[in-house]
Design a protein around this ligand. Sequence first.
Ligand code: HEM
Ligand code: FES
Length: 352
Amino acid sequence: MSHAYRAIGWNRQKRIYDTVMLAGVAVYLALFVGLGTVIHPNATIETLLIRGFGTCALLLLHIVLIIGPLCRLFPRLLPLLYNRRHLGVTTFLIGLAHSVFAIIQFHGLGNINPLVSVLVSNTRYTSLANFPFQPLGLVALIILFLMAATSHDFWLANLTAPMWKGLHMLVYVAYGLIITHVTLGVLQAETSALLSGMLGVGMALVFGLHLAAAYRERIVDSPLRSEISDRFVAVCSVDDIPNLRALIVSLSGERVAVFKYDGKVSAISNVCQHQNGPLGEGKILDGCVTCPWHGYQYLPDSGAAPAPFTEKVPTFRVKVVGHKVFVDPTPNPPGVYVEPARIAEAALERSR
Ligand code: HEM
Ligand code: FES
């Protein structure tokens, strides 16, 4: 959390995550080059490395893109999301290795700057079969660099969350550029049925999972048609909220996480201050709402992170009448204390 910045807060989970990721990359590259020398005995080691690094970066980018929707659909996979930024940085570094080898191989021997050569050596922009696909890879690489360079929480705090989020949304532009880079590049090299097939499966997964996750979110966002009393809206029954967890409801277009704990109910914004993680999918640990993505914590009655941390989310007024839970849709400013609503003993007994 944002009390003080440290280069990287290593812990056991991050070490395991990174070890598995780096071992996976090493095994992939070793298999790609090893099998490549057997299947294509005429291919040079440089060609195999260019293709091995390129396809590895593409595979990692697919994993980065599908982790988000996968975790929305299957919360058990949330540990995958925890260190996704290291996956993104690794994608950039592997893409960089591919680009450096490709530039040396295809642009290193000319009499102009190799980077300029990437941009000007082929200008047949009107031809599909000979389209200059390499500049597309260069632009994608620049986007991946910007994202990797600003991935630390230091930049999240200093660029402000909306700007940081906007910058990181460029990952979809990079994805589109790389898909075009590969599709048009393959048209010009020998056609690889395996690469084309895998590209098709990868794109179907990325689009399909995003659509499925968006559909699920639409159900959460559907407006409540319920009883209104004194500005309070009936959102659910006490029994609908699991103990020490929340029910997410949509009020006036905003997602609100309604938590039940210690015989009380409190409501806070569902949006974590760190990277917009869904607080209502987390649970109450040590008396604090704990974000399921990276573990930022907030007190359920004030929406404020426990000292010395400084993050705050908006709170909402709540009341419980019998077993019904009511929430006032007007948010309080972040960090404003709201008296939790007590659940009557009879309703509590019933919900146990
Ligand atoms: C300056 C930037 C880049 C340059 C100059 C470049 C150049 C090339 C070249 C020349 C090829 C054809 C290689 C061959 O068929 O032997 C290629 C293919 C490819 N590139 Fe790039 N590239 C760049 C950036 C990227 C990035 C950032 C990615 C992914 C993150 C990427 C992914 C791929 C993939 C997956 C292939 C297909 C590999 C195959 O043919 O098996 N490229 N690139
Ligand atoms: S989004 Fe990272 S901790 Fe909530």
